[in-house]
Design a protein around this ligand. Structure first.
Ligand code: ZN
Length: 83
């Protein structure tokens, strides 16, 4: 891996998780209404139950839904870019 700016090979590669943003905004809106509290606890229970009964294989598939993106950071000039 080489820096496209200065050509140095002293580059740090890191992974960042993306794709869970839509869930967070949905939760914040739901918390404003009273009914959603009941829904929220119900969702918690169903989540707990599904967590118990979903086989390990399915859980693995869910994890792959969130994308891992590669980010590079040049230690020489500080230039960072997405792969
Ligand atoms: Zn560089």
């Amino acid at each position: 891996m080489r820096c496209p700016k200065c050509g140095s090979e002293n580059v740090n590669i890191s992974f960042e998780e993306t794709g869970s943003k839509t869930k967070k905004t949905g939760n914040s809106i739901a918390q404003k209404t009273g009914h959603s509290m009941v829904r929220g606890t119900a969702a918690l229970f169903t989540f707990g139950f599904s967590n118990l009964f979903i086989p390990k294989k399915l859980k693995g598939q869910e994890k792959t839904k969130s994308k891992l993106e590669k980010f590079c950071l040049c230690q020489n000039c500080g230039h960072s870019w997405k792969l």
